[in-house]
Design a protein around this ligand. Structure first.
Ligand SMILES: [Zn+2]
Length: 304
């Protein structure tokens, strides 16, 4: 049986927001079973809180923003991507500002902090959202699909008319190990020609070569180069895993994205939620404990 997880102790991550430029301290805190993932704005009167849910996603152009009636939490995707990959079901994320720290532009710092806080199992079994029939969402040439699959697998294709990017595709079985090895360190990226426009819209104020891959019309400008030859598509896998947390239940399925960003992911997640006939809740039992082997030996017990 696979049980829900949280962290053993609280831990902090500090930095600035890539869009706001504001300093922010984030604190991961343990949460009981069946809580889910909550953001708490500790800097605001009454400490308002908000669950990570597709219904609370407000803005999705260059980032995923969660919003309540009176407050927002911006750029959540890299932080919650680590939760998705590490299978952390329940956690409180306390903030003293409006935007999650960007750190190095990847999810590396969040993953390291969560592992340092130690993952622990709770008494309740984890309920997976097991996709039983294909669900899709398309807009023009942007497509998102989720297909039945006995595990979590993410395939992303991107196509940028830029000599350093071009057509990139990656199809990966997501485990804690594959995420750590292939995805977690992949950084966000942006184009120099967009910077002025982004800044005029109040975005990218904290962006720099320290927290973003920046490209001019021809090449990558970061002196250290890329961490992977295809770092761009790997970062899109990281973003997609983050956006999957808004489903509020761990996915068992094959997610396939073609030129689809945060906006298309949000619409796909809402479509999954609206189609309960296309998935079932399942618990997993297995006689091995390693993450890699579990999906090849699992037995499925339908509970609804
Ligand atoms: Zn991103």
């Amino acid at each position: 049986m696979f049980f829900q997880k949280t962290i053993r102790k609280s831990i902090e991550v500090r930095g600035i927001g890539i869009h706001s430029g504001e300093p922010c301290t984030l604190k991961f805190k343990p949460a009981p079973a069946n809580t889910g993932v909550y953001f708490i704005r500790a800097d605001l009167p009454g400490r308002p809180f908000l669950k990570v849910s597709s219904n609370h996603v407000q803005a999705v152009s260059y980032q995923t923003v969660l919003g309540g009636e009176h407050f927002k939490v911006a750029t959540i995707e890299h932080c919650v991507s680590s939760l998705s990959a590490l299978r952390i079901d329940n956690v409180y994320i306390e903030l003293n500002g409006p935007e999650i720290p960007i750190c190095d532009g990847s999810s590396l710092y969040f993953s390291r902090a969560l592992l340092a806080a130690e993952l622990i199992e709770l008494d309740e079994p984890r309920k997976y959202c097991y996709i039983t029939e294909p669900i899709s969402y398309s807009e023009g040439d942007k497509h998102a699909y989720v297909l039945p699959y006995h595990g979590l697998r993410v395939a992303v294709t991107i196509d940028f008319p830029h000599p350093a990017i071009g057509h990139q595709t990656l199809d990966l079985e997501i485990t804690e190990q594959s995420f750590a090895r292939e995805i977690s360190a992949a950084r966000t990226f942006g184009f120099l020609k967009d910077v002025e426009q982004l800044k005029a819209s109040g975005l990218a104020k904290g962006g720099s070569l320290d927290n973003c891959i920046v490209l001019d019309d021809h090449k990558v400008l970061n002196s250290e180069g890329l961490r992977y030859k295809d770092e761009f598509v790997r970062h899109k896998v990281l973003d997609a895993l983050g956006d999957l947390v808004t489903l509020e239940m761990p996915l068992m399925g094959h997610l396939i994205l073609h030129k689809a960003g945060h906006d298309i992911m949000n619409k796909l997640v809402k479509k999954i939620v609206a189609q309960p006939q296309s998935y079932r809740f399942v618990e997993l039992g297995a006689d091995v404990s390693t993450e890699i082997k579990k999906f090849s030996t699992w037995t499925m017990q339908e509970i609804s």
